[in-house]
Design a protein around this ligand. Sequence first.
Ligand code: AMP
Ligand code: ZN
Ligand code: FE
Ligand code: FE
Length: 280
Amino acid sequence: MLIDLHTHSVVSDGTDAPAELMAAASAAGLDVVALTDHDTTGGWAEAAAAVPSTGVALVRGAEISCRADGMSVHLLSYLHDPEHPGLLAEAERTRGARLDRARAIVDLVAADMDLTWEDVVAQTVPGTTVGRPHIADALVARGHVADRSAAFATLLGAGSPYYVPHYAPDAVRAVTLVREAGGVPVLAHPGAVERGRIVADGVVAQMVDAGLAGIEVDHRDHDAGQRARLTALAAAHGLLVTGSSDYHGTGKPNRLGEGMTSPEVLAAIEEQGSIEVVRP
Ligand code: AMP
Ligand code: ZN
Ligand code: FE
Ligand code: FE
């Protein structure tokens, strides 16, 4: 069983439409894939409709933007009620803040080089959760940088003078909201380095107290040392351990299935979730 529990479509900052993502998952030999667009469930219906033709089971999820300790933290939510008012309101607030923040970044960049807000909008589809990758795509289209990675390494990285943060809920509160919405909260890539920092053990402990179900360990942003540390941390707190590709289509080098979750962990997630895994 090949199970990849973290991917993005054009509904956020991936480059495949949800149905294309399902087809790509089939081509990659996956049995189960989770669609986890940033702060939205807008791709669920299209992805679910592609389950019968692709033969790939779908875990409906989202990657919730959060903050903790002044850092950006990502929380995966699986199998939650997409209409739960509390979680939905937070996601909509974040999506609005992401728009304002993207405009602010464009204003800063436009003072120094040719770039317009329309350039960025042209890189999205209606309803997209806008992020720095769309600004990166606009910079590529203008010929300012070669690809998304080059944009993040220079103009758009967290250390850049053009960097602007955006509102996101506190990570501990987000865990509570995901549970209230019947979802299964899993901390995404906690060992990935942001501005030289990783999510602190103390933040993880507070998230566990609020109901955290698991942490993502098998992810390309984790080196061997982080994998060992996070495996021990999960064991200490009795957490599930997941793995995933964090696939973004052609937007990142990450390939479907490069990180994997066990069938036993998927069964535990399904057991705790409030909606079904969509099966062929
Ligand atoms: P944002 O959500 O606007 O803060 O942008 C962060 C998103 O950009 C994350 O989903 C990352 O997957 C993506 N990202 C970060 N670094 C890179 C990179 N070097 N190349 C492509 N995408 C990236
Ligand atoms: Zn992303
Ligand atoms: Fe993430
Ligand atoms: Fe992601």
